[in-house]
Design a protein around this ligand. Structure first.
Ligand SMILES: [Zn+2]
Length: 299
């Protein structure tokens, strides 16, 4: 349905979960939903990271600085101070970009990095596109790599690569190497290292040497001299600590919730003839019926 993804709407949904407080959970969302749930501003904020208070993303980022880890209570306190101060949202940087109380319960001192999973699909798509776009700026022949893989470059002037297409690019860095001019070899190196990071941490098996691979990717990425985005920062700063504690990212992938949207719509809402337009007298009952049918066959 055409309902916007915002703090108030997510609050309504989460407030209906009665056993939320007594359940151990991980949140496996894209970064936009995660920021809304935590009550912090989005990826373009001064302090955009849901997990830490990093403030220097961009071209002058130092990946070796250690930043304060966010907790439920630190976000809550900053958001409360922000509200008391009556500041405009543009001034939220004075409160570590916290603007609302977090919508998740639990121990207030728990680190956000212990309940929020780095979203592997969106991170892979974002990092691959960011590196590819910057490579295109330095080399007009970059589209030839996509042609060799059977991908249509014109489709990707804007928007992200599909997950499968990212995998195809990362598995075929050799083809890029064969056609690269000398000044693009730094991109070949960074794609190669990112491919190894994905292989060793983004699947279902955490492979030996993954921390080394992330360290090598960090060096190669910083060598490009391009901006460090929030998704790149997630790889540099948060994938290693998460994997060390909880294992490979594939177990917590947000792909399941991403595909649940279309699965519910196509295979339950429409297929079982339960769909009604918003405002219809039977809308609520039919929606409840559909959720029961859907969840009963997918637990
Ligand atoms: Zn961070």
């Amino acid at each position: 349905e055409n309902i916007s993804e915002n703090y108030e709407n997510i609050k309504k949904v989460l407030s209906q979960i009665s056993n939320f407080n007594s359940t151990n959970f991980f949140m496996c969302n894209d970064l936009k939903a995660t920021s809304l749930i935590l009550g912090i501003q989005n990826a373009s904020a001064t302090y955009p990271c849901p997990m830490c208070e990093v403030y220097d993303l961009g071209v002058s980022h130092n990946p070796y600085l250690v930043h304060t880890q966010r907790t439920i209570s630190s976000i809550g306190k900053n958001a409360t101070d922000f509200k008391i101060s009556n500041s405009r949202r543009s001034e939220a940087k004075n409160f570590f970009s916290c603007v609302e109380l977090p919508l998740i319960p639990g121990n207030p001192d728990i680190k956000i990095s212990d309940i929020i999973v780095p979203p592997e699909l969106h991170i892979m798509q974002g990092v691959v596109k960011h590196m590819y776009d910057n490579m295109c700026k330095e080399w007009s022949g970059a589209t030839e790599w996509l042609n060799l893989l059977g991908l249509e470059p014109q489709k990707y002037h804007s928007g992200t690569f599909l997950g499968n297409h990212c995998h195809s690019m990362l598995q075929n860095v050799d083809k890029l190497r064969r056609i690269s001019p000398l000044h693009i070899l730094k991109y070949v190196a960074v794609f190669d290292h990112f491919s190894k990071v994905v292989h060793s941490t983004f699947g279902m098996t955490l492979r030996e040497g993954y921390e080394d691979e992330i360290n090598k990717f960090t060096v190669a990425f910083m060598d490009l001299g391009i901006s460090v985005t929030l998704k790149v920062h997630m790889v540099l700063a948060h994938v290693s600590p998460f994997c060390r504690k909880f294992g490979a990212l594939g177990w917590y992938s947000e792909q399941a919730t991403e595909s649940a949207h279309s699965d519910f719509k196509k295979n339950t809402w429409e297929k079982h003839n339960l769909q009604r337009p918003i405002g219809h007298l039977d809308y609520s009952q039919m929606l409840l019926n559909a959720v029961i049918v859907h969840n009963s066959t997918r637990v």
